[in-house]
Design a binder for this molecule. Structure first.
Ligand code: KDG
Ligand code: MG
Length: 403
């Protein structure tokens, strides 16, 4: 049995912060897990170093489920993004170890491939509708079969998903939170013409997605969903905050536009009602924030009973280790829907060399044993942690709003 001999946390900032757990065994095999929680990175690093790693030493690395249960039930304080990201990092690293020992890519251990490749969606954005559509055409030419559209809102200086310097968007942009101004009225007027122009330019053989980023009330979301129905969106994401899962009933009563939610969920309990009542079509939980491959498989299995498909979060704050783990999961899960793919910078890719690849709108995790991702520790050490926050939103009267 491979015994865990040591574990450490590596914090690096090759353009943005990443937290990585490395678990070593007496077989000379090690595993990697992503533990990055955007804007709150050091809390997970401390949770792992101060509270989890001491409990791992000496354990059998093959006992993935038992270690998951031990860390979940044993903490007493269940759930929450910090705890679940830490558990996810351990779980992901243990799957990596198991794959390396078996000499198999992780997706083979999860039941093997259900499909030849993983459909991903790219992010098209621009300050104006014209710029966004032009950017979307660029994605279509690269072979993307699914494209997310985010555009600037007339009358608002900035908004979620629109980059300052064109294609690359990184929201954690300052060492104290940037304050943005938000108006749902202005926003609601801007989205239907975006979809209209995009369909005119891109045609109907491409999936179009949009992220509302938690900013509407349920009834506003219902109206937007109805307005977009003629353009057949693939999904509307995070239409309204989802702490109160019953909120989605109201949206569902008013629109047939498919709904996706859950990138900030960390447990099956966050989506139980949404899934059981079929209030959503896609569940966005992903490996690093939702308890690792082990817990995400449980969520997907449950969702499958209710015709809900997966659509894992894949923004740049999820490290290449999480991306690889998500791709192994996506390839193997029967009710896969789509995978988000926001390319990392060249600096990040150099720190995390990986086996996964993109071609013609599809990705594949590769066939290297384990997850197929490495970390160049010498290079990682050159990039010191830099505090960075996500922005906050205020309405035009100065009151706080959801970002
Ligand atoms: O850390 C927060 C980002 O990952 C999030 O704002 C990105 O909403 C997002 C998305 O859909 O990629
Ligand atoms: Mg989102």
């Amino acid at each position: 049995m491979p015994r865990i001999t040591s574990a450490k946390v590596i914090v690096t900032c090759p353009g943005r912060n990443f937290v990585t757990l490395k678990i070593e065994t007496d077989d000379d095999v090690y595993g990697l897990g992503d533990a990055t929680l955007n804007g709150r990175e050091l809390s997970v690093a401390s949770y792992l170093t101060d509270h989890v790693i001491p409990c791992l030493i000496g354990r059998d690395a093959h006992r993935i489920e038992d270690i998951w249960q031990y860390l979940y039930k044993g903490a007493y304080w269940r759930r929450g993004p910090v705890t679940m990201s830490a558990i996810a990092a351990v779980d992901t690293a243990l799957w990596d170890i198991k794959g390396k020992i078996a000499g198999l890519p992780v997706y083979q251990l999860l039941g093997g491939a259900c499909r030849d490749g993983v459909m991903v969606y790219g992010h098209a954005n621009g300050k104006t509708i014209e710029e966004t559509v032009e950017n979307a055409l660029h994605y279509q030419q690269q072979g993307y079969k699914a494209i997310r559209l985010q555009s600037g809102v007339p009358g608002l200086a900035s908004t979620y998903g629109v980059s300052k310097d064109r294609y690359f968007y990184e929201p954690a942009d300052a060492d104290l939170p940037t304050e943005n101004l938000w108006s749902s009225e202005k926003y609601l007027r801007s989205v239907p013409p975006l979809f209209e122009k995009a369909r005119e330019a891109l045609g109907w053989d491409v999936h179009l997605l949009h992220d509302i980023h938690h900013r509407l009330t349920p009834i506003e979301a219902g109206r937007l969903g109805k307005d977009l129905e003629p353009y057949r969106p693939f999904w509307l994401e995070d239409a309204t905050p989802a702490e109160n899962q019953a909120n989605f009933r109201l949206i569902r009563q008013h629109t047939t536009s498919p709904l996706a939610v859950g990138e900030i969920f960390n447990s099956i309990w966050d989506c139980k009602q949404l899934i059981e009542e079929q209030l959503i079509d896609y569940i966005r939980a992903t490996v690093v924030h939702a308890g690792g491959i082990t817990h995400l498989r449980r969520i997907a299995g449950f969702a499958d009973l209710y015709n809900v498909r997966t659509g894992c979060h894949g923004a740049t704050d999820l490290s290449p280790i999480c991306m690889a783990a998500a791709l192994h999961f996506d390839l193997s899960v029967s009710n896969f829907g789509v995978q988000e793919y926001m390319r990392h910078t060249a600096e990040t890719d150099a720190v995390f060399p990986h086996a996964y690849s993109f071609a013609d709108g599809m990705m594949h995790p590769g066939d290297a044993p384990g997850l197929g991702v490495e970390i160049d520790e010498d290079l990682a050490a050159k990039y010191e942690y830099k505090r960075a926050y996500l922005p906050v939103n205020r309405l035009e009267d100065g009151s706080m709003w959801h970002w």
